[in-house]
Design a protein around this ligand. Structure first.
Ligand code: NAD
Length: 499
């Protein structure tokens, strides 16, 4: 434990926690027009944390109008890239400066361990904003190779008003993955955080103003999906929706676009990642650690969770023994304790979903090797043990559906072809991994996997420089890297006759 963590008494800070709770529209904190609020609940206690403005279509209208005004008058969209860079770099700095407050907010709001909020979520969000800030004045447009008597410019222009709709599992980080590239390219944004974790987004909107972002460029409308989210996705004056969330709601986004103005729709949706361990895995210990953290990190509430351990029958027993042992050492604890590795499930609904899948695994004949129970019930919070099922088959629900909880399904195979068949036999294609000491095997399997990211001899390695997104029903776009900037810009050809 480092000095910073030792010096902070998180429980004491939590006792005087006073988050921002109003919507942020056109540069001001405002209540919902209807006056309605909803309760944010601390998943570690089951108790209300804050009453937050519950935005609906009227608030979304006001936010979109503010965003549109800002976009059209060019206060941000036509600012020199170097000037936009300065503001976004200041924002990244302010996020870093307020990292303890933001980390506490994230942990109280969604139940993840404070050490993860402080060491992973908040620094990654700041880094993302800083990275796109730096990219702002380094990306060039193109001149096309057309005949001599013409000049054709291929330029990128901001899309306009972007509606960003994000989930609760990495609340600030998922918002940053949208805000970084969308703001860097000159768009105005209306951000709809999840009703389960809206608090860090509200604070960051304020920090953005402090950094010098002009009014109206970033708006935050907390509220439910079927009110604020639907109004935003159906809005006739929103040019682009950037969505991260479930595949079920992602499909609705496509419908909303078709029913309204054919706005661009970018989807980052669910996953059911296969983590393939070949017989010739070089380091079983490393593979076991990666398998355990791949499913238990963030309580398994990860789109990229390594939820299917696809393992060669010859190494299955040895590997599972190690995974079970690591899982046993990750019992859920108080998210405010810096030693806690596994926190609370986000809410009662998600808890019921996870417990339902565990029940279905049992009923369908999988062998429970670890966990399977709700624990720490006396706290009022929603905690589930790290859970490992063995002898899972691809006919079982726990092998096919995204659970979004700390539940691992082990499935065995006999040869590489079977491993690939099992891996690709789901509707998702977000992440996958293969462990082998043979470079040819590793490359052949990696090529055959239908996934946006394939890890070789590691899991969940991460850097802002690489694109992240899915094949199949995991989505249609990519967050992170320079590629993400394409989502928030329109290509324009300007053809000049020189004859
Ligand atoms: P969700 O689909 O329930 O909600 C996501 C967002 O959409 C929330 O803000 C929600 O309020 C909003 N929403 C819900 N219904 C809506 C509607 N009818 N109209 C408009 N908006 C609506 O997802 P969740 O439970 O918040 O998040 C978990 C999901 O997110 C998982 O499936 C996970 O895999 C996925 N996810 C994907 C990535 C990725 O990069 N691919 C990253 C993180 C999470």
């Amino acid at each position: 434990m480092n000095r910073e963590q030792k010096s902070v008494d998180w429980r004491e800070r939590a006792a005087s926690f006073a988050p921002r709770t109003q919507a942020f529209i056109d540069g001001r904190c405002v209540p919902a027009k209807s006056g309605a609020t909803f309760d944010c609940v601390n998943p570690a206690t089951g108790k209300p944390l804050a009453a937050v403005a519950s935005c609906d279509a009227a608030d979304v209208d006001a936010a979109v109008a503010g965003a549109r005004r800002a976009f059209e008058d060019g206060r941000w969209s036509r600012l020199a890239p170097a000037a936009r860079k300065k503001v976004l770099l200041r924002l990244a700095e302010l996020v870093r400066k307020h990292r303890e407050e933001l980390a506490l907010t994230e942990t109280l709001d969604m139940g993840k361990p404070i050490t993860d909020s402080l060491k992973v979520d908040i620094p990654a969000a700041a880094n993302c904003i800083a990275w796109y800030a730096e990219a702002t004045d380094k990306v060039y447009d193109q001149v096309a190779p057309v005949p001599h008597e013409s000049l054709a410019l291929v330029t990128r222009e901001p899309a306009g008003v972007v509606g960003a709709i994000v989930p609760w599992n990495f609340p600030l980080l998922m918002a940053a993955w949208k805000l970084g590239p969308a703001l860097a390219t000159g768009n105005s944004v209306v951000l709809k955080p999840s009703e389960k974790s809206p608090l860090t987004a509200l604070r960051v909107a304020e920090l953005a103003m402090e950094a010098g972002l002009p009014e109206g460029v970033l708006n935050v409308v907390p509220g439910f999906g079927y009110t604020a989210g639907e109004a935003l996705a159906l809005h006739m004056d929103v040019d682009c929706v950037a969505f991260t969330g479930s595949t079920r709601i992602g499909k609705k986004m496509l419908e909303y676009s078709g029913r309204s103005n054919m706005k661009r729709v970018w989807l980052e949706c669910g996953g059911k990642a296969p983590n393939i361990v070949m017989a010739d895995v070089a380091d079983l210990e490393r593979a076991a650690t990666a398998a355990a953290y791949g499913i238990f990190f963030n309580q398994g509430e990860m789109c990229s969770a390594a939820s299917r351990l696809v393992v060669h029958e010859s190494v299955r027993d040895a590997l599972l023994e190690k995974v079970v042992e690591i899982g046993r050492g990750m019992a859920p604890g108080d998210p405010l304790d810096p030693k806690t590795k596994l926190g609370a499930i986000v809410d009662q609904v998600q808890l019921n979903t996870v417990m339902g899948y565990i029940e279905s695994g049992r009923k369908q004949g999988a062998e429970l090797r670890l966990g399977g129970r709700r624990v720490r019930e006396e706290t009022g919070g929603y905690f589930v043990e790290p859970t490992v099922f063995d002898r899972v088959t691809m006919q079982m629900k726990i092998a096919r559906e995204e659970i979004f909880g700390p539940v691992l399904s082990a499935i065995t195979f006999r040869d590489a072809e079977e491993a690939v068949r099992i891996a690709n036999d789901v509707s998702y294609g977000l992440t996958a991994a293969v462990w082998s000491r043979d470079i040819t095997t590793a490359h052949r399997v990696a090529k055959a996997l239908r996934a946006g990211t394939v890890y070789v001899n590691c899991y969940d390695a991460d850097d802002i420089t690489v694109p992240f997104g899915g094949f199949k029903q995991s989505g249609n776009g990519r967050d992170k890297s320079l590629h993400a900037m394409d989502k928030y810009t329109e290509l324009k050809t300007t053809w000049i006759d020189l004859s």
